[in-house]
Design a protein around this ligand. Structure first.
Ligand code: ZN
Length: 315
């Protein structure tokens, strides 16, 4: 019973159209799902990923137009790292310049890092990674070369008050291991861990944050990271294991595209464990992913009430 890597990461956005345009037109990901936050149906939940929503490529946002921005801080994931193919940094730099997106460049090929933010200020990094990713389908919509497409998550930085409780929890309870291959391009100030079974070899940096106070949520911050498991049996095993470790874990939640449990790690960051299935074609065909508002069956009879409250989106 092992975790398989990162499943998805969920953050807060302000304006949904600005968020959608950035992830599709700048980062070249596919908009694979428009739905609402099942726990807060007045707000969109937008999903961006590779062509088919492969777990490990899925970045999602709760959109709160007009909400006050928040700065990433302690007790949060303060940087999301996306993997780009080794050798593609120059093409990415040109693409960002063409689209007037500010960025900083660090490191050198084949480990170049491009640092930017999403439209609400969340730090994002594009990391050149020489990975053979077998489970990944690039989204080729005509404005991006196939040899530069984002291949999924390269990792995250977890900002916590103390490294030790979080890193002990990640290793002893969740089964992560120390990553020997990490280089200074990852930041170098924290402990770097990885999930042994993760074919993307995502690096989970646990970073000691002694300067910032405990963060609050808002556009510009990450809400949670979800870890992959194969199926419901593995999810139930994790729920039992976390309960046995006295972790305050939720019951299993039906998320339509996956099933999930939630808990917090000792540094305060919200973790989720999510199943690979049934996946994003549960309610739309591959060709139509993201094309129209999807609601779970238990909200479908409230569509006439929910849909008019959401701002229109141009996909
Ligand atoms: Zn989630």
């Amino acid at each position: 019973m092992s975790l398989l890597g990162i499943h998805h990461i969920t953050a807060f956005a302000g304006d949904p159209q600005t968020n959608l345009d950035f992830f599709t037109k700048v980062l070249g990901l596919r908009f694979i799902k428009q739905t609402v936050n099942f726990d807060d149906v007045e707000h969109y939940h937008l999903y961006f990923a590779d062509r088919i929503g492969t777990p490990g490529t899925v970045m999602t946002y709760f959109a709160h137009p007009g909400a006050k921005r928040a700065d990433p801080a302690c007790g949060q994931i303060d940087t999301v790292r996306l993997a780009i193919p080794a050798g593609s940094a120059d093409a990415w730099a040109a693409r960002l310049e063409q689209r007037n997106v500010a960025f900083e460049r660090a490191g050198a090929s084949p480990h170049t890092v491009l640092r930017l933010t999403d439209p609400d200020g969340l730090p994002l990094e594009l990391h050149e990674r020489d990975l053979a990713v077998e489970r990944f389908e690039p989204w080729l919509n005509g404005d991006q070369q196939s040899d530069m497409a984002i291949t999924g998550f390269s990792g995250v930085r977890m900002a916590v008050k103390d490294i030790e409780p979080s890193s002990t929890f990640l290793t002893n309870v969740l089964g992560l291991v120390h990553d020997e291959s990490s280089d200074t391009s990852e930041g170098g100030k924290g402990t770097v861990l990885r999930v042994p079974m993760d074919h993307r070899k995502a690096r989970i940096e646990v970073f000691k944050d002694s300067t910032r106070g405990r963060g609050r949520f808002g556009p510009g911050t990450v809400h949670h990271i979800a870890w992959r498991v194969a199926d419901d049996a593995a999810l139930m095993s994790w729920q039992a294991r976390l309960s046995a470790e006295k972790v305050n874990v939720t019951d299993v939640r039906e998320r339509k595209y996956f099933r999930s449990i939630y808990f917090r790690e000792p540094g305060g960051i919200v973790f989720e464990i999510a199943t690979d299935g049934p996946g994003f074609t549960a309610d739309e065909s591959e060709d139509n992913l993201g094309g129209s508002l999807q609601l779970p069956v238990w909200l479908e009879d409230r569509r006439a009430e929910i849909a008019p409250n959401l701002p229109p989106l141009t996909v």
